[in-house]
Design a protein around this ligand. Structure first.
Ligand SMILES: Nc1ncnc2c1ncn2[C@@H]1O[C@H](COP(=O)(O)OP(=O)(O)OP(=O)(O)O)[C@@H](O)[C@H]1O
Length: 633
């Protein structure tokens, strides 16, 4: 709707009004201080999520959601990055301008008018968690978007960072980087290994499994895995200079010696108190997959990349909690950021790129680089046992493409059709999530009505968008007037995303699994290993199981139950719901028992206080009595 130069929109975050005279420019970019909203304790957030007011339609107006600090922490974080361009654009042709650290104004031409006709241009405001202008370098982007997530990740929380934008807008540049301009993936690897430093569990015998379970490997399986990993790195023949420059650069943006990491210089980013207690060890694993033409491929499985063979397509599967993962995806243990970076580079060589009219090195697939960490506690007799499995996924989406700009034909045109289709479904899912949340709908019922299964991309995203994952979307735009329409479309789509609340439908506590290691070990060298066994991560149960020192019941293979994610099996879903509810009952019983204990303790303390008070009164009476006697005497 438009009146007197005031533009408003019902979709997404298009708020407020802008007078035509207000023409802010990039140079006015606000300072980057005060970036991070405070993170509230998990329990509090759960309670707030259940607060009906939050989902009440009257409380979910655009302004309320934007202003609501409580909801802010739950919302999908959207960062806008505007790439620099070499041409100078005069004000009349400007497509986008930064208004403040969270707002941009986009200019679009009205119907049947030329772009340069100032009076016919429409201005629309878009809000983001943070706007990063063309002058922001790679370290700024990392600092703004990722550092807080790395902290959360190392505190056993799942995170997803994905880049979204039109082709040639700088998504891959932001995620991976270019030359020595390292993107957020290599920087994150450096930050993680810096943080866990001496607390790594390097044995590699407890590996992540399914979505959030773990698996025990025997020594020969571990050896085979390491051999395979080294072969992948060797076959990639990564140039030594690449590694040397990575090492030199990373030592520039992080301090290997201390517990505190400073990746951009001049500030303490990570609070050492934020990690687990000192006894926690970390086992780090990486995997790299791509979704090309609606097919999932393993980028770290070189056997499927030989010219003679057709690439092996991997299946999406779903575990008993409904979490989707890629079956048989290669996952390697890594003990340094260099090893992880080498694997990343090796996988990147297998990614699908092609030259289009818009980008000489255009991504033709969506890629998923995932870092998984198994946190291990030290049990009796110094036996490490897995506590949680959590993930940090970087998804570099292929870019939205307009056929008239890319001039793609034949095979490439079909390829870009698939890319556009999956992105459209992703946006539809995000829009529906947003709409249903605005109408107070949430929980499993609501999720089942969202068409996550319409594309493999959304199917993979389902696990992230419907669980307590921290999701961060980096929206990339190109300010070139030539791609003005795509830029506006990207801004509109991402404005909707910025108000989506990421939450989990039911909080389930899985029984904690403590493996049987056989002989206790004295140090963290190679311990005696058990037969291969499977367990479930206790990501969500650490609170009430943490004080347990004796081994919990070993989970069976049924915990690892899985089925192909592409088939809808209704009865199984019902069985799943029953199983989830049963687990919920177990959890609540545990909480009840715990609160009974606490009540008992409070009762004892009160009794003690009453007794102490009685003794005190006795003394007061005695003192008074003797005082009176003394006075009388
Ligand atoms: N912020 C930036 N600073 C400098 N150069 C950039 C920036 N962003 C992008 N570029 C350059 O622009 C070109 C296109 O970027 P990139 O390949 O990352 O785009 P993309 O969005 O991933 O495109 P596609 O979707 O086609 O794969 C690259 O040459 C890249 O180096």
């Amino acid at each position: 709707m438009e009146a007197d130069g005031v533009i408003s929109s019902s979709s997404g975050n298009l708020t407020g009004s802008v007078s035509p005279n207000q023409r802010p420019s990039y140079v006015d970019f606000a300072s980057t201080s005060g970036l991070y909203p405070s993170v509230q304790p998990f329990d509090e957030r759960v309670i707030k999520r259940l607060d009906p007011e939050l989902f009440d339609e009257t409380h979910c107006s655009e302004e309320n959601l934007v202003a609501d600090v409580t909801a802010e922490d739950e919302k999908l974080k959207t960062f806008l990055r505007i790439r620099p361009i070499s041409i100078r654009i005069d004000d009349a042709r400007k497509v986008i301008a930064i208004q403040d650290s969270q707002t941009v104004v986009a200019y679009s031409n009205l119907k049947n008018t030329k772009f340069s006709q100032e009076r016919n241009r429409r201005q629309t405001e878009f809000k983001f968690t943070k706007v990063l202008g063309p002058e922001c370098g790679q370290s700024d982007v990392f600092y703004e978007c990722v550092t807080s997530l790395v902290e959360k990740f190392l505190k056993s929380e799942n995170c997803l960072i994905f880049s979204y934008g039109a082709t040639n807008s700088g998504k891959t540049y932001t995620m991976q980087g270019h030359g020595t301009e390292y993107g957020i993936i290599p920087r994150t690897l450096d930050a993680i290994f810096n943080r866990i430093n001496e607390r790594q569990y390097k044995v590699g015998n407890i590996r992540p499994h399914l979505y959030e379970a773990f698996l025990h490997l025997n020594p020969s399986e571990v050896d085979t895995l390491y051999e395979k990993r080294n072969l992948v790195i060797q076959e990639a023949s990564i140039k030594q200079e690449l590694m040397t420059s990575y090492r030199l650069s990373t030592s520039g943006f992080s301090d290997k010696s201390g517990a505190t990491v400073d990746l951009v210089g001049g500030g303490q980013l990570f609070d050492p108190n934020n990690m687990h207690s000192d006894s926690t060890l970390y086992s780090v694993w990486v995997s790299y997959a791509e979704l090309y033409n609606e097919r999932v491929y393993d980028l770290l499985d070189n056997s499927t990349f030989s010219k003679s063979k057709r690439r092996k397509e991997l299946k999406l599967m779903q575990d008993r909690n409904g979490f989707v993962y890629v079956k048989d995806l290669t996952e390697f243990p890594v003990t340094s950021d260099e090893e992880a970076y080498k694997l990343f580079l090796a996988g990147r060589k297998n990614l699908q790129f092609a030259a289009t009219q818009m980008n000489m090195h255009s991504s033709r697939s969506h890629s998923f680089f995932t870092i998984r960490v198994v946190s291990l506690g030290i049990g009796d007799g110094l036996i490490p046992y897995p506590k949680t499995v959590h993930r940090l996924t970087f998804c570099d989406l292929a870019g939205m493409e307009r056929a008239n700009q890319t001039e793609n034909e034949g095979f490439r045109l079909k390829e870009s059709g698939t890319i556009n289709n999956s992105l459209t479904v992703l946006l539809k899912v995000i829009r529906l999530l947003r709409e249903k949340q605005m109408h107070g709908k949430h929980g499993i019922g609501m999720i089942e009505t969202i068409p996550f299964r319409d594309s493999k991309l959304t199917h993979i995203f389902k696990s992230y968008l419907t669980s307590s994952t921290h999701v961060c979307m980096v929206v990339n735009v190109n300010p070139d007037p030539f791609v003005a329409e795509s830029t506006l479309q990207v801004l509109q789509n991402s404005a909707i995303a910025s108000n989506v609340i990421v939450f989990k439908p039911i909080d389930i506590n899985m029984p904690q699994y403590v493996p049987d290691f056989g002989e206790p070990i004295k140090c963290l060298g190679k311990p005696p290993l058990p037969r291969s066994s499977i367990g479930m991560s206790s990501t969500r149960s650490s609170e009430w199981h943490s004080s347990r020192s004796s081994p919990a019941p070993t989970s069976t293979d049924s915990d690892a139950e899985e089925y192909e994610a592409t088939t809808v099996v209704a009865p199984k879903t019902m069985a799943q719901k029953v199983a989830m509810l049963e687990l919920e009952v177990v959890r609540l019983k545990g909480l009840l028992a715990q609160s009974e204990l606490e009540k008992q303790k409070i009762r004892e303390d009160m009794l003690k206080m009453i007794c102490d008070e009685r003794v005190l009164w006795k003394y007061v009476v005695y003192i008074n009595y003797y005082q009176i006697r003394i006075t009388k005497a």
